[in-house]
Design a protein around this ligand. Sequence first.
Ligand code: FES
Ligand code: FES
Length: 140
Amino acid sequence: MSQSTFELLRDHVRNPRHHGPLEDATIVLEGGNPECGDVVTVYLKIAPDGETIEDVHFTGQGCGVSQAAASLLMERLHQGHWTIGRIAAVDFSLVQDLVGPEAARSRPRCASLALSVLKAAIQKYERERRQALLDTTRGD
Ligand code: FES
Ligand code: FES
């Protein structure tokens, strides 16, 4: 891994961005890598429109690559307009872009842990929203 990538990852491990619980999160989800037990929890605040990401934070315990990747992902999600649909559409190329090709290639599970948890959180949100809709349309 290049020196600049190493420095970037190290900076995010030491000073994780958007780190810590979000009190008013719409969805909170913890996910782990079963091979090592490392975990990331995502706190996602979704706007009343049901689409726009208003805020997103994380906490976690694990290897440097997993935690740096989580922090880099949070930073990216605070740039530009992100929606749940846009997140659902991203793939591993975003991870490669965030941590660099070498870390993505050598540590793919670590580097993609936070994105996997984020996507699972969105699926949970959509399931709950569908269920709430069914409950209200079921009638008496
Ligand atoms: Fe709240 Fe992310 S720190 S906008
Ligand atoms: Fe566990 Fe990296 S070694 S996520």
